[in-house]
Write a protein that binds this ligand. Structure first.
Ligand code: SF4
Length: 355
């Protein structure tokens, strides 16, 4: 994607998220007080905003302004903020921040990134949060949500965890006046849809823009060959007999047979034009040959493949073979491994049943 294309994509993302979350409020309840946001920003490191809000109700009741917190005994601050974690370090930082703000800045939070970064415990994330929220300046808050989602949207290599790089890249791609609100919306969107573990891609309002939009397709001959090769690549890694008992060689035989007889219905998950997940079913409702590219494990592909197959064939129940990924995968997909052939949600899962 060229930079121009990325910008155009982000313009659309901004518009969709504006509709989805008209109010782009900061989730830290700082009541318009810059000092409170400074303190809360520091406390939010490796802690949820929710917990920070709860803790700060007590903290600000005991110390209602920067001077009061600056003069408070360290041990008392530590006691109150303990639930936020890293409390010794954080207590020291917020006491020192409050001292500096009160004595050097007369209680007014400065409006330049250089000055903000000179406060103890303030990194670029908090500095940008302050600039955007208090002064409406263009600012990208490269927190965990922003980094994860923008990577998934293809703005840079997915999985990159460099907040500085993220900030620099996104600064160029989001129109300045939208940056601060965009980051607040990223938090809301990241919690509701694009979660770290199981993003809700099916219902995601950005799915048509997401680089990893995944389509489930019944595979044609060309795709079938591609996917059989893929399956074989996976199975052939197993030198010791795994499953079936004959190991990889037996899979090879089955795959070759499949290629000839075409007696298996294959479904594939396609992302970026490539097969990234495979599910096959033999004539007798026997499901097996399951594979998901490790980069896509968290995208709900397995479930989507099963659902599509279940729908197309009106399957009330079927038997699942434990492929190399085995029990943990199927358990994650919601199937309960059972030796007793118990019917679970219309699915019989029989681990290692292969003769
Ligand atoms: S489609 Fe999925 S991965 Fe892409 S932005 Fe939406 S939830 Fe995130």
């Amino acid at each position: 994607m060229t930079k121009k294309e990325k910008k155009a994509k982000m313009d659309k993302v901004v518009e969709i998220l504006k509709k989805q979350y008209p109010e782009a409020l900061c989730s830290l309840e700082y009541e318009g007080d810059g000092w409170k946001l400074l303190v809360m920003g520091r406390l939010s490191a490796q802690c949820t905003d929710e917990r920070v809000n709860i803790v700060c109700r007590e903290l600000f009741k005991a110390y209602p302004n920067a001077k009061a917190l600056a003069d408070a005994p360290l041990s008392d601050i530590e006691e109150i903020i303990k639930p936020c974690g890293l409390y010794k370090m954080k207590a020291k930082s917020i006491k020192e921040e409050s001292r500096k703000l009160h004595y050097e800045y007369n209680g007014v939070v400065p409006d330049t990134i250089e000055e903000l970064l000179a406060f103890e415990g303030v990194g670029r994330k908090i500095a940008n949060l302050l600039l955007g929220d208090l002064y409406k300046k263009p600012a990208i808050v490269a927190d965990t949500h922003c980094m994860r989602i923008c990577g998934r949207l293809g703005m840079y290599k997915e999985g990159m965890k460099d907040p500085f790089k993220t900030e620099m890249i996104m600064k160029e791609l989001i129109v300045p006046e939208e940056q601060s609100d965009f980051c607040h919306r990223m938090v809301l969107f990241g919690r509701e849809f694009c979660t770290a573990k199981s993003p809700k891609c099916d219902t995601c309002p950005l799915k048509t823009l997401c680089k990893d939009e995944i389509k489930i397709q019944k595979l044609g001959i060309k795709r079938l060959d591609e996917c059989l090769d893929l399956v074989w690549q996976v199975f052939s890694q197993f030198e010791v007999p795994v499953f079936p008992p004959e190991g990889g060689a037996e899979y090879k035989r089955i795959i070759e047979e499949t290629r000839e007889k075409k007696n298996i219905s294959f479904y594939g998950a396609i992302a970026n034009g490539k097969v990234v997940g495979v599910l096959g079913m033999r004539e007798n409702n026997h499901i097996g040959y399951f594979y998901v590219d490790s980069r896509y494990h968290k995208r709900g592909i397995g479930k989507a493949l099963f659902n599509r197959m279940k729908e197309d064939y009106d399957l009330k129940e079927f038997t699942v073979n434990a492929a190399p990924y085995g029990v943990p995968v199927y358990t994650r997909l919601g199937f309960v491994p059972t030796d007793s052939q118990k019917n679970v949600n219309g699915v019989i899962f029989t681990p290692m049943k292969y003769k």
